[in-house]
Design a binder for this molecule. Structure first.
Ligand code: PMP
Length: 402
């Protein structure tokens, strides 16, 4: 890998040179989406200039190129998350589609009345609503593993909630609203010991922590390309081969069939089974380039750099009178969430924007955890590898003015 240096990395991201309202852009909205390095932008252009085709390898030269590029990206994803086989990598639109796919396909065939689905209080709406709807449709019960006042999962309570009726556990690896890193490895092992299947939402962990699905051992691991320097509209559903094999199709149509008559349909094996229709070929290829870009820096160096930024940001924010940080988990990645006495979070966000600083202010699609910690909304600076201590200082200067 290249020796990690955030200032060098910044040069790889053209948009970071952008000025907004005459001010240099300070991008601290990475939990919502990340920017794209030149390598990804160029890869997308190259695809459309030299490889563009639908993927039906044998038909002609460009089809072979597009198929090779798409399957090459699948291998890059497999390598990046340390999956055992490319057959375990399904391209989807993003985290949301991946979770809906599992809820719809596996959930509707394996969950019944009286069964229990266990999620945590930290989840993004994308990891709540599909399970809520599945529970409603099947007569299953949705149970919630609680957190303490710091925003950490209470592992003893989680243990008590796991039982013979627990069919499925779905939990995030990093909470998008407050940054809690959950003890996902332990929670997966505990869920398996109770006989449940487990999904881990990696949307907020994948750009910050090393992803290793073999070590994690979850049945499914899902993430979105756009939060890891890749394009929007592409994401990944990893599933253990034998688990994917017990799932019926989600969407159906072309590409996922082996043979069709009006009497009988034979399907393709996974992962094609779950990739009906023309997929997002170019953006899958772009995602492969994004993962290769991140890998050249080494995840460990990136994690350490971001950890230092988050410590710096939390320490400086806490020193500003009237500022309250929401959640104080044992381990934090990606984000810091705060409110200020007597100010609406929306107004804080606007004031920061006037200084060129982009942060999210709102409920971050995770209303239950914010309410649990006593607020409706918060301001959420969030970090990526290209942020620097100068970005933190700019944020703090702007917050101090308020
Ligand atoms: N889960 C978590 C933890 C997230 O942060 C997000 C995105 N904010 C999602 C799921 C949903 O991702 P997407 O909108 O890309 O489908």
């Amino acid at each position: 890998p290249r020796d990690f240096n955030a200032n060098l990395a910044r040069r790889d991201f053209p948009i970071l040179a952008e000025r907004v309202d005459g001010k240099p852009l300070v991008w601290l909205d990475n939990a919502a989406t990340t920017h794209k390095p030149r390598a990804v932008i160029d890869r997308l252009s190259y695809f459309y200039e030299h490889e563009n085709s639908n993927i039906h390898r044998a038909a002609h030269t460009l089809a072979a190129r597009a198929s090779d590029a798409y399957e090459g990206a699948r291998e890059q994803v497999r390598h990046f998350i340390n999956a055992g086989s490319v057959d375990e990598i399904v391209f989807v639109r993003g985290t949301t589609e991946a979770i809906n796919l599992v809820a719809d396909s596996w959930g509707r065939t394996h969950i019944g009345a009286g069964d229990e689905i266990l999620i945590t209080h930290l989840e993004h709406h994308a990891n709540i609503v599909p399970w809520f709807r599945l529970a409603k449709a099947t007569g299953a019960k949705l149970k919630i593993a609680p957190v303490d006042d710091k925003g950490d999962i209470i592992i003893e309570d989680y243990a008590l909630l796991l039982g013979p009726r627990t069919k499925l556990v779905s939990l995030t690896q990093v909470a998008n609203a407050i940054g809690t890193v959950t003890p996902a490895h332990l929670m997966v092992a505990m869920a398996h010991a109770a006989g449940a299947r487990v999904l881990v939402d990696g949307a907020q962990s994948v750009s910050h922590l090393r992803s290793d699905v073999l070590a994690l051992d979850a049945d499914w691991f899902v993430f979105s390309g756009h939060k890891v320097f890749g394009p929007t509209g592409i994401g990944v559903l990893y599933g253990k081969k034998h688990v994917l094999d017990e799932m019926p199709p989600y969407q159906s149509g072309g590409n996922m069939i082996a043979d069709v008559t009006f009497e009988e349909i034979r399907y393709q094996p996974v992962p094609s089974l779950f990739e009906a229709g023309t997929g997002n070929i170019a953006d899958a290829v772009g995602l492969g380039a994004a993962l290769a870009y991140l890998e050249q820096w080494g995840l460990e160096a990136v994690t350490a750099h971001e950890h230092a930024l988050i410590e710096d940001c939390s320490r400086q924010l806490s020193a500003v009178s009237g500022v309250r940080i929401i959640g104080n988990p044992r381990e934090r990645a990606g984000v810091v969430s705060f409110v200020m006495d007597g100010m609406k979070t929306e107004d804080i966000g606007k004031a920061l924007s006037n200084d060129g600083i982009a942060v999210r202010s709102g409920h971050h699609c995770a209303q239950p955890i914010l309410r649990r910690l006593g607020v409706e909304t918060s301001v959420r600076p969030s970090f990526a590898l290209y942020n620097t201590h100068a970005d933190v200082d700019a944020l703090i200067r702007s917050v101090r003015k308020l």
